[in-house]
Design a protein. Structure first.
Length: 193
């Protein structure tokens, strides 16, 4: 039987929801601020409404291995929800939920997956706490990177054109198109259910 993992990660970012949404939505830019994400490759452009967009993510946590996961966008409700299906070395789904809160944005990421790699399934009984810890490390790195990206500009209380261009690369065009991408956010308040 394949073991399932249900991770819940929460972040609180001192930035407006639109800025947080743009950073999460544009997964092709995650390697710029998320340490441990080695690369993102576009697989499918989707249907023009963002559904079906696909990307391959190569992650390196604190343990001596990488994980490759392909994500396909299954649901998009800007700026509050982004859901994707995962295949590859992990199989399942990830859901980003954003909500405005006093002083910024609350981010919740639900990551419900099962390992597809045989060695991970075989080691599950003894390695589950280590896999959970490694996931936590990756998510804390993402939280710190996103905070550095967004909170610094927000604390300066000024318009940052370079940041805007990075967050909204198609700004100025008729309609920003999602060109693939996926999810993943987390916090130190992560728990494995």
């Amino acid at each position: 039987m394949i073991s399932a993992y249900a991770f819940v990660t929460r972040w609180r970012i001192r930035a407006p929801i639109d800025a947080v949404w743009a950073a999460v939505f544009h997964a092709e830019r995650w390697p710029e601020w998320w340490p441990g994400l080695q690369r993102v490759e576009e697989l499918a452009a989707g249907d023009g409404r963002y559904l079906g967009c696909g990307r391959r993510f190569v992650w390196k946590g604190a343990l001596p291995y990488t994980l490759t996961v392909e994500m396909t966008t299954t649901r998009v409700e800007p700026p509050t929800l982004l859901e994707s299906a995962a295949t590859g070395e992990l199989v399942g789904r990830g859901v980003w939920r954003l909500a405005p809160v006093e002083g910024g944005t609350s981010v919740r990421y639900d990551w419900n997956v099962s390992p597809a790699k045989r060695w991970m399934r075989r080691l599950d009984l003894v390695a589950r706490p280590v896999f959970r810890w490694n996931h936590d490390v990756v998510m804390r790195r993402g939280e710190r990177g996103l905070k550095r990206l967004l909170e610094t500009a927000a604390s300066m209380n000024r318009r940052d054109d370079a940041l805007e261009k990075r967050l909204w690369p198609d700004a100025g065009g008729e309609d920003t198109q999602h060109q693939g991408g996926q999810h993943d956010l987390g916090q130190a308040a992560h728990r494995d259910r």
